[in-house]
Design a binder for this molecule. Sequence first.
Ligand code: DAH
Length: 357
Amino acid sequence: MTHPLSTEAIAAHVTDALARLEGAADLAALDEISARLTGRRSELGEWHRALGQMGDDERREFGRQLHEASSTLRAAVAGRRANLEAAARVVRLEGDRLSLDELVDLPVAAPLERGHRHLVTRTRDALEDVFVAMGFRVVEGPEIETDWYNFEALNIPPAHPARGMHDTLYVDLGMAESIVLRTHTSPVQIRLMEAAVTERALPLHVVIPGRVYRRDTPDASHLVEFHQIEGLVVDRDITFADLAGTIRAFTAAYFGEDIDTRLRPSYFPFTEPSAEFDITCTICRGAGCRTCSQTGWMELGGCGVIDPAVFAAVGIDPTQWSGFAFGFGIDRCAFMRHQIADLRALIDNDVRFLRQF
Ligand code: DAH
């Protein structure tokens, strides 16, 4: 039943409507109440239609009042809806809350599998630890080198037969000088000695680990890209005995006390005298087997007392200073210690192989 249109009737309608909207218990109830209060067939709707029979002034005045009432009610509906929706969300969250009993009954997820460092990195770290404990500093150098650092300063001039041992990869940077991927870590010796001369930072006790490259066809014991660790000592009154003792100490620390070393006379252009050093075969422990060609020994690296020609190239006075150097393969150490059959496994990235270490 519609009340006659009057300012008081509109005000009463609004007051009553606001109370009812506030009383809506849930969203469904709110929808129903709001349809009844503001829809076409609501009292407001009727009054709107009644405007048509009014004179101009009256219609304008009541039109304004009705419009205001509708806006008030629409805002009230929206406000109440927001409140009810928020309340519904809280109810849903409460419903998701788990009791302690339920938590205990949840299935346990398998622990996430964690990766670890590559075998070569671990070997490098272990060797660095051994040398740091012996008083060496760890330094790195560039992998792309000039011919001067990789060869000439190391007393290997162009056309020297020693270059034949290095299958070199050249890099074309459009420079006059030839640029190579370093074939060994020895060029960093030169860089460090040069820097030590300028900075008056002798003596030097350093190891230099890093990647090196050779133009080889990969097979079970050769890779195009492998790793070496270089040792360099420049100090006063250094002799070959210091070198032999250092090699003995680091091999025992890394491979174990039961692994022996031996030095064999050899030739390197940057050392004089030079030697190659072997360790007891890690497979047969010296008895003789196929891997060590029945000798009981495995070759590990090269070493020697620094050649005066190298000191001359970097400007170190050989009457004041002497030194030794050595270099060997990191991959080869891993290969020997873990008895890996094929070096290529180190770069295949097959996790079934890698996760064993
Ligand atoms: N750079 C040599 C190579 O890769 C290994 C080597 C031999 C390093 C004698 C040295 C050394 O420091 O004294 O074949």
